[in-house]
Ligand binder design. Structure first.
Ligand code: ATP
Ligand code: MG
Length: 654
């Protein structure tokens, strides 16, 4: 057990290791020498990666670092949309499928690279016709339909910036984002399918747009929902874009030309408008998609299940895969519409070989039961990925066995909206994997775990995860707020010049990296700093538990006491009685030590999550400490908090 006073305790040990199979290693895109090559000359390594792209003007200098401001591939020019679309057509791959799109109601569309070139060109011409030009901001709130990707690429093509807002966000959230970025145009749809039924969209966006800088609203018809209409301002996509010319010559923009603004998920508080630029972002996105997923153009069928409204959708649905000429699956709907096997049905239908999702969904699949994926042919799968939260070792094992057939390497990819693309992940075919560990920084990336004073911790110790060298796809700032940028990311270790990501992590005895959740969520129990992740993973390793969230609540005796909220698995859910709770407390004690034994365990039906599926512990802390619940604007389902709060009150009376 770690001593009290350590930055972060190291409680759990994991002995399971999965080295790559010889067969996989023999065909892998990545090789072990990548690590050495990158270490030997980082800038030369990134210059090589930038050669994955087509530059209309070659850069003069790889990196200019005036901390905390980076410029990558200085003096270079490129068009991001040309790189994602046209060059594949020019290379003779116009007939290759770019998007296999699957609608929620069961309709589908197949879009080749040649189709995409025509569609993006038309949209670029239409946007120009509406007076949108270089540097202008375009808000996009669309369901997961091909037009979302087309709209993003059209912006990139003409040098306008997009600000994509998740389709489920309220008018207020959209309005705040439109106002923050002073967007000129909004691209939206009449409605969107949600759990099998059309729901209105345009009606809500109208509310958001009123009184803002928006000049036009471009509306894609998706659900045939009746919509309110403002003549002069509103235009149908099918009238405006479909009738535009499909010829458009892309212009090269500076490598540092802004590409997009994207607001973070809002797990910890008010979302931040993260700014990304072109050359460095696209370079690292293409590189990581190639090596971390072992993507083979023309061969792999790739599916990232994220929503386009999150950074994962930007980097690993649109920019990374398209830059690499990938054939992707894009799915519009929810995973249980019309049945809980929908994802596996899609994997089987398209022969998906690379599947990338979030731990929250994996835990949901576990809850639904092994028998569901077992009904489908998943033998096409070769690589599995996860992102968004630390993955509990038991969920990882479940994923490996039930989805990956015990044969697919799992890449646990740690990164953030701010980092732009993956930073820490195993290389399939090269790096052995351990259930629950993101393993090590990718070649070219430098990350360390440090203590409060900024000194690196040793193996077997925990601390703060920092990035100590600039990377190509790093954020270039928070939109319109340089001070907040410096303060949020660069002030904690200002002396060392480290970027501090907000996450806690540890090295295990072999030096592999384990993410331990947000440092703001760390619990202090009798002087031991305990991560939420390790206690949650201990709970999830009990056969009755599907999901768990723990928080520290103030405690007279111990400083803080651990309060756990758990969702039980299907058959166990009926028995949430005292014996079951005692068994869980004892289980945690046995797994990681008596210090981590929860003071209280609440059985709940649901946990508060952001729209991107991350657990919002700060709200649970409010409940555990009997406070009014804080900002819930990024919560997916606001009724969850009422349910949990009232359950807590009942629990107290017992
Ligand atoms: P906000 O910054 O507004 O609170 P957020 O941090 O949830 O929102 P994102 O940028 O979408 O917004 O998420 C990045 C965070 O997600 C990381 O800082 C980390 O906490 C978590 N995360 C992402 N991938 C992983 C992973 N593979 N393992 C552990 N944690 C991860
Ligand atoms: Mg964050």
């Amino acid at each position: 057990m770690a001593e009290s006073g350590a930055t972060l305790s190291n409680l759990s040990t994991e002995s399971r290791v999965f080295p790559p199979s010889e067969e996989f290693a023999a065909q892998a895109n990545a090789t072990a020498e990548l690590y050495d090559r990158a270490d030997a000359d980082r800038e030369a390594f990134w210059a090589e990666q930038a050669d994955r792209l087509s530059w209309s003007k070659k850069w003069d200098k790889v990196l200019e670092w005036d901390a905390p401001f980076a410029k990558w591939f200085v003096g270079g020019q490129l068009n991001v949309a040309y790189n994602c679309v046209d060059r594949h057509v020019e290379a003779g791959n116009g007939d290759r499928v770019a998007l296999n799109w699957e609608g929620e109601p069961g309709d589908s569309r197949t879009i080749t690279y040649a189709d995409l070139q025509r569609e993006v060109s038309k949209a670029a011409n239409a946007l120009t016709g509406l007076g949108v030009g270089k540097g202008d901001r375009v808000a996009i709130q669309l369901p997961m339909i091909p037009e979302a990707a087309i709209a993003m690429l059209a912006c990139a093509r003409i040098g306008a910036m997009h600000s994509v807002v998740f389709g489920g966000f309220s008018p207020g959230a959209l309005k705040a984002r439109i106002e923050d970025a002073e967007c000129k145009l909004l691209i939206t749809s009449d409605g969107q399918y949600r759990r099998g039924k059309p729901a209105p969209m345009k009606e809500n966006t109208d509310e958001a747009v009123a009184g803002t800088t928006i000049e036009h609203v471009l509306v894609v018809k998706r659900t045939e929902t009746d919509v309110p209409w403002t003549e002069g301002r509103d235009l149908w996509w099918h009238d405006t874009v479909e009738t535009a010319s499909d010829q458009h010559t892309p212009e090269g923009f500076d490598s540092e030309h802004p590409l997009f603004i994207l607001y973070t998920s809002g797990t910890t508080g008010k979302p931040k408008g993260i700014l990304h630029t072109s050359g460095g972002y696209l370079t690292q996105s293409a590189y990581t998609h190639h090596v971390a997923f072992d993507h083979k153009p023309g061969e792999s069928v790739y599916w990232c299940t994220a929503d386009i409204g999150w950074v994962t959708g930007h980097t690993y649905i649109v920019y990374g895969p398209l830059a690499n000429g990938a054939t992707s699956v894009m799915y519009e709907g929810t995973p249980n519409t019309p049945h809980e096997g929908r994802h596996w049905e899609i994997v089987q239908k398209y022969g998906v070989s690379i599947y990338y999702t979030a731990p929250t969904l994996i835990r949901t699949f576990m809850k639904w039961g092994d028998d569901i994926p077992a009904k489908f042919d998943l033998s096409s799968l070769k690589v599995l990925g996860t992102v968004g939260e630390p993955i509990n070792p038991e969920a990882w094992m479940w994923y490996r066995k039930n989805i990956g057939g015990d044969r697919c390497p799992i890449v646990d990819t740690w990164w953030q909206t701010e980092t732009g693309s993956t930073m820490i992940a195993p290389l399939p075919g090269v790096t052995p994997t351990k259930p629950g560990s993101a393993m090590r920084p990718l070649p070219g990336i430098s990350a360390t775990i440090v203590d409060e004073s900024g000194t690196p911790v040793g193996n077997g110790e925990g601390g703060y995860l920092v990035l100590d060298k600039p990377w190509p796809s790093m954020l270039r700032g928070i939109w319109g707020d340089e001070e907040r940028y410096r303060e949020t990311y660069w002030s904690k270790f200002a002396e060392q010049g480290y970027y501090f990501a907000g996450d806690g992590a540890k090295y295990d005895e072999d030096g592999a990296i384990w993410l331990l959740g947000r440092v703001d969520d760390v619990m202090n129990v009798s002087g031991h700093r305990i991560s939420t992740t390790e206690v949650e993973s201990a709970l999830v390793s009990h056969p009755t538990v599907a999901e768990a969230a723990v928080v520290g609540a103030s405690d007279e005796m111990t400083g803080q006491g651990i309060v756990a909220f758990v969702i039980l698995r299907g058959s166990a859910a009926k028995d949430g009685g005292d014996d079951a709770i005692k068994a869980l407390r004892d289980h945690v004690s046995k797994e990681i030590g008596p210090i981590a034994k929860p003071r209280q365990i609440m059985v709940v039906e649901e946990l508060p999550k952001t729209r991107s599926g991350k657990i919002m512990r700060r709200l649970l802390r409010d409940v555990a400490e009997n406070r009014a619940v804080g900002d819930v604007s990024t919560l997916a389902d606001s009724s969850v908090m009422e349910m949990i709060s009232s359950g807590m009150q009942e629990g107290k009376e017992d």
